[in-house]
Ligand binder design. Structure first.
Ligand code: UDP
Length: 235
């Protein structure tokens, strides 16, 4: 199946396959935080994130959100449609946490009146800076029609996932999305959706069940990822 390694990121590897329109996405156990300064492995994270992302992509597709997922083919691998990734990290927030607290002075846990959507430049060298729509147009990363599609899709995904997680006893605090263009030029959701890219709190206890456990050495990191996988895949 795997032909050549196309790209290796912090948490995933992407391989070409015999089909030029299909890539294989492999999830790794490696974890990094603070732009690569903190590094470690979380046992079974690759497997947990592959299961979690697969469940979420299937649910989003059922609810009309086009995405690159084709199918899970092993514990740590999925097949995805080839896309050209748009170099924008789209963050959507429902509850204040992380940089909203650090940079803008929100109180952690404050419920936002309406979701906040933010754009970050996808560039490790530049440290993924927060940027505006005008920066995006000037850099030629997307035009206004494309950016409005991305923003609309993000808010739709947010509404769908808030309900999806709530039914599993989880509060969707915030998350990061990446989009890509398929061979016909359509914008579709890509990358992954997992505890690496979302903040997920238990609905009753507010226990953090995501990468913040790794970022801030809160312990029970592997257990948190396993808990999310179990809740999402329970029948
Ligand atoms: N996030 C991500 N990749 C990044 C930066 C952020 O997946 O490179 C996710 C993060 O896990 C959280 C949300 O985006 O769910 C918002 O992150 P925030 O801006 O608060 O940044 P952080 O404080 O996590 O660096």
């Amino acid at each position: 199946m795997k032909k050549e390694l196309i790209y290796e990121g912090k948490a995933k590897k992407i391989f070409s396959t015999e089909d030029k329109d299909v890539y294989l996405q492999e999830f790794k156990d490696d974890a990094t935080a603070f732009n690569g300064v903190k590094k470690d492995k979380i046992p079974h994270k690759g497997e947990f994130n592959n299961y979690i992302s697969s469940e979420i992509f299937i649910h989003l597709k059922k609810n009309g959100i086009p995405n690159h997922f084709i199918g899970k083919i092993s514990d740590t691998e999925m097949l995805v449609r080839k896309v050209n990734i748009i170099k924008i990290e789209v963050v959507c927030r429902n509850i204040a946490a992380g940089s909203l607290v650090k940079k803008f002075g929100f109180s952690e846990g404050a419920v936002l009146d309406k979701p906040i959507v933010e754009f970050y430049l996808k560039s490790d060298e530049l440290g993924d800076p927060l940027f505006t729509e005008d920066h995006i147009y000037s850099l030629g990363l997307a035009d206004s029609h494309e950016l409005s599609t991305i923003k609309k899709m993000t808010l739709m995904i947010n509404s769908i996932l808030i309900k999806y997680f709530a039914a599993k006893g989880i509060r969707l605090v915030d998350f990061k999305l990446e989009f890509g263009k398929d061979k016909s030029g359509n914008i579709i959701l890509a990358d992954e959706i997992s505890p690496d890219t979302c903040r997920l709190w238990d609905s009753i206890t507010n226990k953090k069940l995501d990468k913040d456990r790794f970022r801030f050495d809160l312990g029970e990191v592997e257990e948190a990822y396993r808990e999310i996988k179990n809740r999402l895949t329970a029948q």
